[in-house]
Design a protein around this ligand. Structure first.
Ligand code: NGS
Length: 408
């Protein structure tokens, strides 16, 4: 655009100059005096300057018009774009509202969209007891609070909790939930866990107890067995409707990812930050999963025989399937979970072999043969601390019997 305008102005100026030049030449031919000549040459400079001024003014005016018109176009486009975006937004919101409490069945080891279907809504909008369900004060997806706050400060912040338990004051909660966290030596993560999970589940208006189940030093960490111990210890305290087996370092980012139980076990950690907010593999059951008392008993809980990192959650998924349950996941948009990283040790172990053996012995290995030594159970303000001793040698002794050729 500017190139055209500049060319125009040059042509304009040059033509002015030429007009004047032609005039001068004609004067020459008429043989005028030198004074008259100098007057004429002055005049040609006036014309040249006037030409330049007019050209610059024209460029300026055209420029103004150009910008005015582009702004007009831009505004019009913006208006249209906003209309299109808000229509899309409305559609998405309606869609999300419709799907709010629906779960997706994870029915197979192989990713297959055909095997995923939306389960009928078993959490209707009606009131269960007195507390409104779904709760009214949810915040949707909000980032994790990663600030490290001392336990004493957290106690002051969450005064609504006592003895590791909370119950809504003015209404009966939709469900009573036991949050069971297998634990060893992660104090910073524990504080961040409490500061994120407590306010979220509080907004969900559920009655809940938090059980931090710590394994004594000596044996390899056993997440499965600690989960079983937490389940048993929680159920001794009260008739919880639902138990949530919760990793310390995977935390929901969305209030709509409910800590509740349904007709089938629910896997809540579907979009985990450390897996780039995706499920690492289709049958992944780690992180956070929920079970009603009956479901947990039907699958015989976690296996006890997995010591060290990994495998126990894959066996859990297999147990869910073997017991004719279908693992379900929250509607995709609600499953985001942040991860609070730590330098975990992935020591080599026999988990692959154990996965093979567990197929045969799963009914004898789990809740039914759980043996441990309860060292301490202490009710702190924000959680119940269960300190348990697991004797790996003794547990493995049982495996020999269970897996002996005479039993096959
Ligand atoms: C699989 C493990 C699972 C584990 C998952 C994610 O390989 O137990 O990785 O691990 N299965 C086996 O090893 C058989 S994570 O990145 O969260 O540490 O949950």
């Amino acid at each position: 655009m500017h190139v055209i305008l500049v060319t125009h102005s040059c042509v304009y100026t040059v033509s002015f100059y030429h007009l004047d030049h032609d005039y001068n030449s004609s004067m020459k031919q008429l043989d005028i005096t030198s004074q008259a000549k100098s007057k004429r040459s002055d005049k040609s400079w006036y014309i040249l300057s006037a030409g330049l001024i007019i050209s610059v003014t024209v460029i300026f005016i055209l420029d103004l018009q150009f910008f005015a018109s582009t702004n007009f176009i831009r505004n019009t486009l913006n208006g249209k774009m906003l209309e299109v975006l808000s229509a899309a937004d409305n559609f998405t919101n309606k869609f999300i509202d419709t799907m709010k409490h629906k779960l997706i069945i994870i029915d197979s080891d192989i990713p297959d969209s055909g095997s995923e279907q939306h389960v009928s809504d078993h959490f209707s909008n009606s009131n269960h007891g007195n507390c409104t369900w779904p709760p009214l004060n949810l915040q949707g997806r909000t980032p994790l609070n990663r600030t490290d706050i001392a336990i004493e400060k957290l106690d002051q912040k969450y005064t609504f909790m006592a003895d590791g338990h909370y119950k809504p004051k003015n209404c009966t909660a939709y469900q009573k939930i036991a949050i069971v966290v297998p634990y060893r030596d992660r104090q910073l993560q524990l504080r961040i866990f409490l500061n994120n999970v407590i306010p979220r589940i509080h907004r969900q208006q559920l009655e809940f107890g938090i059980y931090i189940v710590e394994q004594t030093a000596g044996s390899l960490f056993n997440r499965g067995m600690l989960s079983n111990i937490g389940f048993v210890q929680a159920m001794k305290d009260m008739a919880y409707d639902c138990v949530v087996i919760h990793d310390l370092d995977i935390l929901p980012e969305d209030d709509r990812n409910f800590y509740i139980c349904g007709d089938n076990p629910i896997h809540m950690a579907t979009k985990v930050e450390k897996f780039k907010y995706r499920v690492p593999y289709h049958s992944f059951a780690g992180g956070i999963s929920t079970f009603s008392k009956k479901q947990y008993e039907d699958i015989n809980g976690f296996p006890n025989q997995f010591f060290g990192w990994g495998g126990e959650d894959d066996e859990l998924f297999a147990r869910i399937k073997r017991s004719n349950y279908k693992m379900t996941r929250p509607f995709d948009a609600h499953g985001h979970c942040g991860s609070v990283q730590h330098s975990g040790q992935r020591t080599g172990n026999d988990r692959m072999k154990m996965l093979q053996i567990s197929r045969k012995i799963w009914k004898q290995d789990g809740l039914t043969d759980l043996e441990y030594n309860l060292v301490e159970k202490r009710r702190k303000q924000l959680y119940v601390w269960v300190y348990a001793d697991i004797n790996m040698a003794k547990v493995r002794e049982k495996l020999k019997k269970l897996n002996s050729p005479s039993r096959k």
